[in-house]
Design a protein. Sequence first.
Length: 145
Amino acid sequence: MQSSARLRNNPKTNNNAGSSRKARLVADQIRGLSIDKALGILKFSTKDVSRRMEQVLLCAVNNWKQENKLDPADQNLFVKEIRIDAGKTMKRFQAAPHGRAHRIRKRTHHIYLTVASKAAEISTPVAEVAKTTESKPKRKPAAKS
């Protein structure tokens, strides 16, 4: 049984200020880490987007806690999935020499985050593991002529 939060309960934020490219730098640092390590990285990061990701991560932990009725500290929660998508781009113009204008793109991004318990993913029945590791029967070598 997968004990990650259901899709409808996964926290997300839309149209956050800043480009998605810059946000992915921070997301790559916390992907797959335990919640404690991820919160530590986000807390001491100098990037602006880390504050928003920290809020989303805490929201995901609270959602998991409410859904599973368990203490997150005992369940070895980790960041299962974090996805950064590009949002709307606001287009502005800045005055340039000789009566021209340069376009300024104010980019935004969306953050999607999922947490899961390592305890639930590790405790798979032995029968299921045996089925997945079964290999096809080996072919007999062709007769030489």
